[in-house]
Design a protein around this ligand. Structure first.
Ligand code: CP
Ligand code: NVA
Length: 303
């Protein structure tokens, strides 16, 4: 049976194995042609620098190749259904990575394709990002279990996926988001059970200082996600107290690391001093997208 990665929950039984594989791939030979002859189709409805490039480079390094379709060039942009697109691409390709506006569309593609589907970001989750993030934390902190991660900002797709990833790995998680911009309630409820099972805590607050206190990792993302551009002016004011700056990180552990999935907006969600400072690991985090996605592809593409 094919295996899709739509949510971080889809890795609940083997996230540790995927992380170990990613670390081995990073440490080993760059080119391992185990997916020779395999094709990854990429459907991107939204912009991307890291996700698209790391998938294309990743499948190439594994011996396969990629085909990229965007909204404007493919028939999807002219109304061909996701159901038909899923069936057609299943006849050509071995896996599809899909970046979509709607989580429902990713689920529809997966339900109608006979090949594995990877969620390359939607409005609910960003699972590939979180594999790279956990790999980065492990590299810098030598462990995951028992650390405290503070996510401060918009309770968005990245935040939702981080909640699940932290619960699975026993990382104590605290999110500070303004009222009205909290993470997904259903994900919180499900992750809460996992966190309890794995001996960690999951805290949601509106107070950035509460979240940042004693944190080993301070994480933020853009206040305005792709597709929400009309909210920009309103959000800038509301989110100002959630900016990651010197004053806020003073509450974290002395050896905290700063993470951001990128792209970043200096002067908004983070000051230049922090993102370009000595605690920032954002470019290791970006690099790890490659190793993480190679591990994901090796795990779900038949070979
Ligand atoms: N972090 C991330 O997914 O970046 P891109 O939007 O550039 O792919
Ligand atoms: N939350 C951001 C992440 C970008 C990688 C967005 O969805 O635009």
């Amino acid at each position: 049976m094919k295996r899709d990665i739509i949510s971080v929950f889809d890795m609940k039984d083997d996230l540790t194995d995927i992380l170990d594989l990613a670390a081995r791939l990073k440490a080993g030979e760059k080119y391992t042609p185990v997916l020779q002859g395999k094709t990854l189709a990429l459907i991107f409805e939204k912009s991307s620098t890291r996700t698209r490039t790391s998938f294309e480079v990743g499948i190439y390094q594994l011996g396969g190749h990629s085909v990229h379709l965007n909204q404007h060039e493919s028939q999807m942009g002219r109304g061909e259904t996701i159901e038909d697109t899923a069936q057609v691409l299943s006849r050509f390709a071995d896996c599809i990575a899909y970046r979509a506006f709607s989580h429902e569309d990713v689920c529809t593609l997966a339900a109608n394709a006979s090949i594995p589907i990877i969620n390359a970001l939607d409005d609910l989750e960003h699972p590939c990002q979180i594999v790279a993030d956990l790999l980065t934390i492990k590299e810098h902190k030598q462990r995951l279990q028992g650390l405290k991660l503070a996510y401060i900002g918009d309770g968005n797709n990245v935040c939702n996926s981080l909640i699940i990833g932290c619960a699975l790995m026993g990382i104590n998680f605290a999110a500070a988001c303004p009222e009205g911009y909290l993470p997904d309630a259903e994900i919180i409820a499900q992750a809460q059970q996992l966190a309890e099972k794995n001996g960690s805590t999951l805290q949601i607050t509106t107070d950035p200082v509460v979240a940042a206190t004693a944190a080993d990792i301070i994480y933020t993302d853009a206040w305005v996600s792709m597709g929400q551009e009309e909210q920009a002016a309103e959000k800038e004011q509301l989110f100002a107290p959630y900016q990651i700056n010197a004053e806020l990180v003073a509450h974290a552990q002395k050896d905290y690391i700063f993470m951001h999935c990128l792209p970043a907006h200096r002067g908004l969600e983070v000051t230049p001093e922090i993102i370009d400072g000595p605690h920032s690991v954002v470019f290791d985090e970006a690099e790890n997208r490659l190793h993480a996605q190679k591990a994901i592809m090796l795990t779900i593409i038949d070979h």
